[in-house]
Write a protein that binds this ligand. Sequence first.
Ligand code: ADP
Length: 200
Amino acid sequence: MFAVGITGGIGSGKSTVADLFAMRGVPLVDTDVIAHRITAPGGLAMPSIATEFGPSFVAHDGSLDRAQMRALVFSDDTARSRLEAITHPLIRAETERERSEARGPYVMVVVPLLVESGSWKNRVDRVLAVDCTVETQIERVMRRNAFTREQVLAIIERQATREARLAAADDVIVNDAVSIETLSREVDALHRQYVSLAGT
Ligand code: ADP
């Protein structure tokens, strides 16, 4: 099925925009949700994580001890690569499975790190980037997550730049000081375009 990958930096509004597509009957496959599920109790990634990193990285309920793993990979790029070597193939496989089961005019795959993790761009037919200024990202995430400005900036610095994201995108929704009504109209126009592309 025709697939649109939606991406954007933290706080850009990609979940908000993806939900507007979902309201129009577009099935969503969210790679963040899948990443969380495979590391939940009994999750597909947990046996390999326990083997590779040891039982201290598994919480009592059988899920990933996220605080412990975050602390490790924050300062250790090799550990991050070892973790991703386990999780990325599983996320890709689960995404493919959900895509093949999705029913609708086309499917939308939510990939926050589409630009960062090279191969995603080739796995979708079209890339939609949700864009806003860094200042807007900071304001939104400080409000949403009760983070400090420095915490938000540290996350943004690890993500692709706006320019890199825009360069990879076929379509862009600008989401700075935009009302939900305006966003909805833009989503309507893109939705029509995607339905038409999916049918050809
Ligand atoms: P992302 O998924 O890219 O991290 P979200 O869609 O969760 O971003 O948006 C971040 C926050 O900003 C949320 O609390 C959301 O409700 C709010 N938000 C996003 N876009 C708008 C907008 N156009 N107007 C008002 N609030 C918005």
